[in-house]
Design a protein around this ligand. Structure first.
Ligand SMILES: Cc1ncc(COP(=O)(O)O)c(C=O)c1O
Length: 400
């Protein structure tokens, strides 16, 4: 009898974490490494949020809370959903968990039976397929290529739906591409979903606030109110308020689903950190100026990176609508030989050789389900980005 669970053999460790770890090892050996792998803002959590956490500790808010969140935070999440998304939710329709990651995982564990299919546009955030597999479901991918701006079409969605489809996972702006669906593009998808009442929508709105004008963020239940009863709108404070380490994510949706998610959470981790919940409350209810300040910096960096990468031989880099990633295509580099003498056959070869030759660490596209590409996170200083892009240009110029 095998000791480890069979379900674990279907799952791979996170490649983004592997890339970050490899870069940290080389750095520790004294190499000059620039990391473009981070999936988190490089800014500090705003002071008023930290103060709220300190005040919570001083006030003794250090005990267990209700398993899926304190009522104050749930109320603030309802207000946020109304303010930003024009969606009406009551506190009993809200679940708070340890990061957006736990929320998504709870929902999958609470709903998937063997054979249930989950539609995931590719490229995708690395955790979606593995979370589906861990929860016993079957990920099914819909390719979103460079030619359509890394977005799927209504026809593709329609063709991918089967009687076994339980969820459609939607992520806009996307990790890893930064691609964002306009209202019209999203409406075309929601029109398809209206024809298939057995399919539920799990929308991951984590990058809602990191979007660049003229693009405007919209979420499925807002664009198509007819989907409200089968949509789980997921979000969190990690990216919007530079709070990745605090581990607070949340979702709003139908009561039956929220109750099922609470059951999963109450028998696994119980409540997310009480102190972090009070900090998240301050983030949602307090001044929102951090969002604009960080957006200005991210937009400047996006423009810098897109322009410098498009000047690198063999690279095509579209301009994304949001998030803090670009997903350049490297078709022009495949089949060439690196300075080490190694032939670059895949995007993984490309990122490995880039790290060896120039000390720039990024994640290869195969990890996100679309090749040949790589993901650059521009959540690092302008100085680092200029130097990293100069090194990438030099690396590409040396490929023969
Ligand atoms: C698309 C997407 N969803 C969810 C998450 C998870 O966020 P959290 O840190 O709140 O668990 C991430 C984090 O990288 C992400 O990129």
């Amino acid at each position: 009898m095998a000791f480890l669970a069979d379900s674990l053999s279907r799952v791979k460790p996170s490649p983004t974490i592997a890339a970050t770890t490899k870069a940290a090892e080389l750095k520790a050996e004294g190499r000059d490494i620039i990391g473009l792998g981070a999936g988190e803002p490089d800014f500090d959590t705003p002071d008023h949020i930290k103060e709220a956490a300190k005040a919570a500790m001083d006030a003794g808010k250090t005990k267990y809370t209700p398993a899926d969140g304190i009522p104050e935070l749930k109320k603030a999440i309802c207000a946020k959903m109304k303010r930003d998304n024009d969606l009406d939710y009551k506190p009993n329709q809200v679940s708070v968990g340890t990061g957006g990651k736990q929320i998504l995982y709870n929902a999958l564990v609470a709903t998937l039976n063997p054979g249930d299919e989950v539609l995931i546009p590719a490229p995708y955030w690395v955790s979606y397929p593995d979370m589906v597999l861990l929860a016993g479901g079957e990920p099914r991918f819909i390719e979103a290529p460079l030619e359509t701006g890394f977005k799927i079409t209504a026809e593709q969605l329609d063709a991918a739906i089967t009687p076994k489809t339980k969820w459609f996972i939607f992520n806009s702006p996307s990790n890893p591409t930064g691609a964002g669906y306009t209202r019209d593009e999203l409406k075309a998808l929601t029109d398809v979903l209206m024809k298939h009442p057995h399919v539920w929508v799990m929308t991951d709105d984590m990058y809602e606030h990191i979007v660049y004008a003229p693009f405007e963020f919209v979420t499925p239940a807002q664009v198509e109110p007819g989907l409200y009863d089968r949509t789980l709108t997921c979000n969190g404070v990690s990216k919007a308020y530079a709070m990745t380490g605090w581990r607070i994510g949340y979702a709003a949706g139908p009561v039956e689903l929220i109750n099922a998610m609470r059951k999963v959470q109450s028998q696994s981790t119980s409540n997310p950190s009480s102190i972090s919940q009070w900090a998240a409350l301050a983030a949602l209810e307090g001044p929102q100026d951090y969002i604009d300040t960080s957006r200005v910096a991210f937009q400047r960096r996006r423009d810098l990176v897109v322009s410098m990468l498009n000047d690198a031989q063999g690279i095509t880099c579209p301009t994304p609508e949001g998030a803090f990633y670009v997903y350049p295509n490297i078709a022009g580099c495949i089949g060439k030989t690196a300075p080490s003498g190694k032939l670059i056959k895949t995007d993984e070869d490309f990122t490995l050789e880039l790290l060896e030759a120039e000390g720039v660490s990024a994640v290869f596209g195969a990890a996100f389900g679309l090749s040949p590409n790589f993901r650059v996170s521009y959540a690092t200083s302008d100085e680092n980005l200029k130097e990293a892009c100069t090194r990438i240009q030099r690396f590409c110029a040396k490929l023969v």
